[in-house]
Ligand binder design. Structure first.
Ligand SMILES: [Ca+2]
Ligand SMILES: [Ca+2]
Ligand SMILES: [Ca+2]
Ligand SMILES: [Ca+2]
Length: 489
């Protein structure tokens, strides 16, 4: 009988929603410059036993257009975090547009998880900045998060720069994140004048008071519809936190490193504080999770540090928790300055929050070995597609994974291919560095590599069109395709 009960309990645990944890965006924003690539990172705290997926959709509000201003590499519209994994990344490319186009933004949201529950960070704002400066530049004066207590107002001020003359105007636009337009704040929409001589108009954000214990809530402000054509919104939008006026706040969490954020790999472990600010009433909790760095040669959980996640519990009045993450020491020289981050999420109870500027702490691991070792480790950060990585901005980009696959499965199987790869590794790093700093060059290289990528990703199609009868290509065409996120190598 006891065995029978044990089986039932086991089944319940395995099928319960709790086995998929809590998923939400790691960051509230992704800021890219035209021609750059980045990622939307979705993280999971709590139980990671099962795989979990959620629908990722592009918001209707926004001045950046899919296909014109940016591309998202997510053909299915679903983000999936595999069983045992803590995060998934969705690549985003900010496209280059000629001329000065100003800062554009788009929003993405997570919804309808297959199992588990969503955390509070279900919306992320993509901002694309333009390296080309407009003749008339319109921007917010504030560069940091603004805070205002509910029921009061805050003045929003602006600046104008550039050589263009005449009156310029732009519309103020608000995008609610956890705040609700019309419930937590009044619509601040207004057409602002930016005269040539005197100061630009000011706007007012008026927040609404209620008796509900909601905790701090977040919105973002942008400028859009800049006029005349010579005027553009530049710089970044401004985040505003509306602080709740009710007594008995559970607080707002912020993670920081306890000690130096740059450590040798033989340091043993690194410690983090998670502080509970602006209130400490009642029991509360927040979860932390480690996330690998985004770039080639960055720290990887299980290789460079011990990946983990846990929930920190706070008793009434308690304001600080501390935990440690173990750093892995080896005897092999690999990439120096390997980075990873620890994020906090899923604050509880619902009126608790994570501070928009306190969501993560970053650690840089310094290499302490002077000799190269095993072949696998030599490859880390070296055997990469340097130029392709520079062109697409990340070694994780699916296009780079395709080219890496082509290198490993086609080129390296033939003597002339191996000679080419050896030559490539000798000459490409300085070229890659040069390309990486020039958005225009990156665009050119991407378009030059596109035919190669097309052949690699659609070998059958390429055979039809190009009539390529190479034996190597045939061999590749018969192999099963591997797609990101299996791209770590
Ligand atoms: Ca441009
Ligand atoms: Ca309130
Ligand atoms: Ca070592
Ligand atoms: Ca080492």
């Amino acid at each position: 009988m006891r065995r029978f009960l044990f089986l039932i309990t086991g089944c319940l645990l395995a099928t319960g929603a709790g086995a998929s944890g809590v998923i939400e965006f790691a960051d509230r924003g992704l800021n890219l410059s035209e021609g750059d690539s980045g990622f939307l990172t979705v993280m999971r705290t709590g139980d990671d036993t099962d795989s979990v997926s959620a629908v990722l959709s592009v918001g209707l509000a926004g001045t950046a257009r899919l296909g014109t201003d940016y591309e998202v590499d997510l053909s299915t519209g679903v983000v999936n975090i595999a069983a045992g994994e803590r995060f998934a990344r969705v690549p985003v490319d900010a496209l280059t547009r000629s001329g000065a186009n100003g800062t554009r933004f788009a929003t993405f949201s997570l919804a309808t998880p297959s199992s588990g529950v969503l955390g509070p960070a279900t919306t992320v704002v993509l901002q694309i900045e333009d390296p080309d400066s407009a003749d008339i530049q319109l921007r917010f004066s504030a560069t940091e998060v603004l805070r205002v207590e509910e029921g009061s107002s805050v003045a929003i001020t602006f600046e104008r720069a550039g050589s263009g003359s005449g009156l310029a105007t732009a519309d103020l636009f608000s995008f609610p994140l956890t705040a609700i337009l019309g419930v937590d704040y009044e619509d601040p929409s207004v057409t602002l004048e930016f005269p040539e001589i005197r100061d630009p108009d000011e706007a007012t954000l008026t927040t609404l008071s209620d008796d509900a214990l909601e905790g701090p809530e977040l919105l973002t402000l942008f400028l859009e519809n800049a006029s005349p054509d010579a005027a553009e919104f530049e710089g970044l939008g401004v985040d505003v936190v509306i602080d709740d006026a009710e007594p008995g706040q559970p607080g707002e969490f912020t993670i920081t490193v306890d000690g130096n954020d740059e450590v040798r790999e033989d340091v043993g472990s690194v410690a983090f504080f998670v502080d509970r600010n602006r209130g400490s009433t009642g029991d509360a909790s927040v979860a932390w999770v480690t996330i690998d760095g985004e770039d080639s040669g960055d720290a990887v959980g299980g290789e460079d540090y011990v990946a983990g996640s846990a929930v920190l519990q706070y008793a009434d009045g308690e304001t600080r928790a501390r935990f440690e993450v173990e750093i892995i020491d080896d005897d092999v020289r690999t990439e120096d300055r390997r980075r990873f981050r620890v994020y906090v999420g899923d604050p509880q109870p619902s009126a608790a929050a994570v501070a928009p500027d306190g969501r993560f702490a970053e650690i840089t691991i310094l290499e302490d070995d002077d000799k190269g070792g095993g072949s696998d480790n030599d490859c880390k950060g070296f055997c990469d597609c340097f130029i392709a990585t520079a062109a697409w901005g990340s070694p994780l980009h699916p296009r780079v994974s395709s080219l890496r696959h082509f290198r490993d499965n086609v080129l390296l199987t033939r003597p002339e291919g191996r000679a080419f790869v050896a030559l490539y590794y000798r000459f490409s790093p300085p070229l890659a560095a040069w390309i990486g700093e020039r958005p225009a060059a990156r665009t050119v290289v991407r378009s030059m590599l596109w035919p190669v990528v097309a052949v690699v990703e659609h070998p059958a199609l390429a055979l039809v069109f190009l009539g390529l009868g190479l034996g190597a290509m045939n061999r590749y065409a018969r192999r099963p395709r591997r797609r990101w996120p299996g791209g770590w190598e």
